[in-house]
Design a protein around this ligand. Structure first.
Ligand code: ACO
Length: 425
């Protein structure tokens, strides 16, 4: 299988250990270290910075070149030419749908948009002040109670049904998280509407006043979902895979992914962008915040700038920037003080030596935060929107893992605690 080899020499071990090296279709090679455990050696890589934990055919990222491909297609082309649901189909199936497949898939998603009425009781148990992510993690986990006995993870048709169900129900649950917080009645999904349009309807409609959802805002929402659809083995997707590797129920696995996404170092960043813009408060304060960002002795960071993987530009941020302009224009918000601060920050960061040298470009969270705020989505719901968009990625990875032989995920450790000792008598 592998022609290339790596050799590992360890002090005190007589012969070098030979390890196979594998080539992906594109991207870095990997050294197969699986045999090391039989020689009593573990590899050490906290944060998994150098570790490929699986094979995958779904998504490829080259952070240095600003490339993000889903099943080979660049994210910019997908954002421009296809819908979020087409992208879901692509992630799950491997190809974009033809017109018959598209119609069948969209029908299936429509068919599954409602949630069991018992789910309403779950929401009643949450305080009105609960964080929307706290509710989402709970109700998505609770779905496993409705679809457990009839679900066989080894059966591809069952996995497909679970994937359609969770993609379809996420916007319904996301909107319910909002409605519960503001004390309004839950809105039922409208199956004659598109995916994003339906979400905005369930968010902003009331039984006495169904909203008229603008095409530009629906398109912006669809693109936000699409741009978040997958990002290979990030923390939440790896969490879904790890939970899935035990054979757990898929809705419980997705709930574990939602929990991992919640943190500010992952999905919570766009919420932090808006909090910081509000803290800056006025254009006259920007300079002071820029100085703080550059000060080595100040841990302060400008939220929405920089990315661990993308070191030139984030291709999703480029698309999002265009959508941001359209949305602010549509809503007549170009002169809103908060958005003026955002625009000015963006300009300074793109021109300032400190940011240019360190390749700190506005990231996807910077623009998505601004767009969501402009649409009227409360900041507490931003990560819920991210979770809704990321669901097809999570479930596609879960399905991919279960489609071929897999092992339970079980990392090892460098133990630094006490060696064996006895309790003093
Ligand atoms: N503001 C000011 N300075 C920054 C920022 C920032 N946002 N980000 C990085 N830097 C500086 C660091 O101080 C460091 O400077 P130095 O070389 O003089 O010491 C240099 O840039 C490199 O920083 P690292 O921390 O090594 O970069 P890393 O790749 O580890 O961090 C991260 C990436 C965590 C995203 C960081 O840029 C950051 O904290 N950004 C703000 C939070 C944010 O927007 N997160 C969302 C990321 S996108 C996503 O999750 C979808």
């Amino acid at each position: 299988m592998s022609e290339k080899k790596a050799q590992l020499t360890i002090d005190g071990v007589a012969d070098p250990i030979e390890l196979p090296v594998y080539e992906g279709s594109t991207g870095p090679d990997v050294v197969d270290v699986r045999s090391l455990v039989s020689k009593g050696i573990f590899t050490y890589d906290p944060g998994f910075m150098s570790t490929a934990a699986c094979d995958s055919e779904i998504t490829y990222i080259d952070g240095d070149k600003g490339i993000l491909l889903h099943r080979g297609y660049p994210i910019e082309q997908l954002a421009e030419r296809v819908s979020f649901l087409d992208t879901c189909y692509l992630l799950l199936d491997g190809e974009l749908p033809n017109s018959t497949e598209k119609a069948e898939f969209e029908n299936s998603i429509r068919y599954h948009t409602m949630v069991d009425e018992q789910i309403h009781q779950f929401f009643r148990g949450f305080p009105r002040t609960a964080h929307p992510m706290a509710m989402l993690v709970g109700v998505v986990g609770a779905l496993s109670a409705f679809y457990h006995d009839t679900l066989d993870n080894e059966n591809p048709e069952h996995r497909k049904l679970a994937a359609h169900r969770i993609i379809a129900k996420m916007p319904t649950l996301a909107a319910m998280c909002y409605k519960h917080g503001v004390g309004q009645p839950f809105m039922y999904p409208q199956n004659d509407m598109g995916f994003a349009e339906n979400f905005l309807h369930m968010m902003f409609g009331t039984p006495c006043d169904p909203p008229k959802v603008s095409k530009i805002l629906s398109r912006a929402m669809d693109t936000i979902f699409l741009l978040h659809a997958d990002h290979e083995q990030n923390a939440s997707t790896s969490t879904v895979r790890l939970a899935g590797s035990t054979g757990a129920n898929p809705y419980a696995c997705i709930a574990s992914g939602i929990a991992a996404l919640w943190g500010p170092a992952h999905g919570g960043a766009n919420e932090a962008v808006l909090a910081q813009l509000a803290e800056i408060g006025d254009e006259s304060n920007i300079e002071e915040y820029i100085l703080r960002a550059k000060d080595k002795d100040d841990p302060f960071r400008l939220m929405g700038f920089g990315h661990r993987v993308y070191k030139n530009f984030d291709p999703r941020a480029t698309v999002m920037r265009g959508i941001c302009d359209e949305v602010l224009d549509e809503l007549g918000l170009e002169n809103d003080p908060l958005f003026r601060i955002a625009r000015k920050l963006e300009k300074i960061a793109l021109e300032d030596e400190y940011f240019i040298e360190r390749k700190l470009y506005p990231n996807v969270d910077f623009y998505s935060g601004i767009i969501l705020k402009a649409i009227g989505i409360p900041t507490g719901l931003f990560t819920v929107i991210f979770a809704t968009g990321r669901t097809p990625g999570w479930i596609a990875h879960w399905d991919e893992m279960l489609s071929s032989p897999y092992k339970i995920g079980r990392p090892r450790q460098l133990y630094k605690g006490h060696a064996k000792r006895d309790i003093p008598s």
